[in-house]
Design a protein. Structure first.
Length: 311
């Protein structure tokens, strides 16, 4: 069993859900992370004997050059994620997202396997339904960073799978409140209102546990998925922003204010086709309702002095 996994960004939103899954399945996991939000997110599984924690930065070419070759798998999640965080520090975003990815690939050999976290934001403004064959024309720095990474990966000789994720929501040891559904529910609970703009815009959503679960699936099915790009999500989770807000209203009494101002920089207003991944055998398990109920449980007992955002 090729069981040595390097998990970059393993102390992050998805990484802290993925690492315990991998440990449970018998993998030896090394997390490399800058631990910007401290070690608390990994404490729940830190005692596992097959876990190694390294504080580091994927931009450190020397460190990655020594670390990467020791592993069979590299699951690359480390990134400055989302439009606001990338806009706040464009240099940090580009050097982390693009140069960090290049550092890892340069340190890899063709006997290793690489799985990359990309995003549906690479598509930009799409008319109709986005498939993996839809030309990618990102509008934001985040989307452009991920597009550039995909290009570097495809040009390499490294066996790889590229995963383009839907908009993720749900709980995690390293919770994020800057994600749309998470933010909506927090606002509804604590401020008793949601300010909604471009409510007709459509998004596809994916629960955090399903976003983590696609990695073990891709590892187990790597030979048939190798050198392919996959949209990760489920057509059953295609909703407009207003539909999400109205679904939350079934559980929380709050005021919905539909604003005339405000725009989504990514212009994400389209449905996404997930048949390629479904035909490979993966289905998302957690529904919108299940995720909303879980988040209400968590966010009802959580109040933050500063928002758990990426920027």
């Amino acid at each position: 069993m090729d069981n040595k996994v390097l998990l970059t960004g393993g102390a992050g939103y998805i990484g802290t859900l993925l690492a315990p899954m991998l440990l449970e399945q018998g993998y030896h996991v090394t997390i490399v992370d800058n631990f910007l939000y401290g070690a608390q997110p990994v404490l729940g599984f830190s005692m596992h004997p097959n876990l190694t924690l390294i504080k580091g930065d994927v931009r450190d070419e020397v460190m990655m050059g020594k670390l990467v070759p020791k592993h069979d798998w590299v699951l690359h999640l480390a990134a400055i994620v989302g439009y606001p965080a990338c806009a706040a520090d464009p240099f940090r975003a580009s050097t982390t997202n693009v140069d960090g990815t290049r550092n890892i690939l340069q340190a890899m050999s063709a006997s290793q396997r690489f799985i990359f976290a990309s995003t549906g934001s690479t598509y930009g403004k799409v008319n109709g339904i986005a498939t993996e064959e839809t030309p990618i024309e990102p509008l934001t720095l985040y989307g452009k960073n991920k597009r550039d990474c995909e290009s570097i990966i495809r040009d390499s000789k490294i066996p790889h799978v590229i995963l383009r994720f839907a908009t993720v929501f749900g709980s995690s040891p390293r919770l994020r409140l800057d994600l749309l559904i998470n933010d909506f529910i927090y606002q509804a609970i604590h401020n008793k209102q949601i300010v909604l703009f471009e409510g007709h815009f459509r998004r596809t959503f994916l629960h955090s546990s399903d976003a983590a679960g696609v990695y073990p699936f891709a590892m187990q099915n790597f030979e048939k998925m190798n050198r392919h790009v996959y949209n990760v999500g489920d057509e059953a989770m295609n909703f407009t922003k207003k539909q999400v807000a109205q679904q939350i209203k079934k559980y929380i009494n709050y005021y919905l204010h539909e604003a005339d101002v405000g725009t989504d920089p990514d212009q994400r207003d389209y449905e996404v086709d997930y048949s390629k991944l479904r035909n490979a055998g993966f289905r998302a398990k957690v529904t919108l309702d299940e995720g909303i109920r879980e988040l209400i449980k968590v966010l009802s007992v959580l109040t933050v002095q500063h928002p758990l955002r990426n920027a």
